[in-house]
Design a protein around this ligand. Sequence first.
Ligand SMILES: [Zn+2]
Ligand SMILES: [Zn+2]
Length: 211
Amino acid sequence: MQIVAFPVGPLGCNCSIVADDRTKKAIVVDPGGDFERIRGELSAHGLQVVSIVHTHTHIDHVGATAPLQAWSGAAARIHEEDRFLYDMLPVQASMLGIPLPESCEMAGDLVDGLALPLGDLQMGVLHTPGHTPGSVSFFVSAPEGRIVFTGDTLFRRGIGRTDLWGGDSDLIFRSLKERLLTLDDDTLVVPGHGPETTIGDERRGNPFLRR
Ligand SMILES: [Zn+2]
Ligand SMILES: [Zn+2]
């Protein structure tokens, strides 16, 4: 398994590229901006994009989806319960002062329990609502380790805000407790913003998970 993660766009959304070593097939998680950088990383590693997935549909996580979709031909996917957020991108753009990105076809097929093919690997979908109704986390288990992409649900020493459209604080605590904290302690966490951590590290040190 190969993982490249780097911040993109004006709000520093972590974009991740997860690839299978043998087949060079890749899934891009949260192409929030800087399409040229994302394309450069994919080309430099000789990777073929098979899916473009989104932990949720806030504008800073979908900013480069349309050009990446057009260039790669891969399907772009969200959880259907975030569709309304994609439909209101102009409102998000004006509220956050971010230029309105191009939009594209978005499949709403990221349902809980789905396993997206990734060469010899699979990427599992966990529905973890709360930050938005359609927030999901992506889980990959490879011989060299386990990794989860938590979007804006779980950060290093923080959790996502729930005061934006469709946010729900009871739901985010349930998602954290029942879905993310049930993963093994050694699972690497790549959050939607900021540094990486592990499930065990957050279980012990994240003040929001103590309630
Ligand atoms: Zn967000
Ligand atoms: Zn974000």
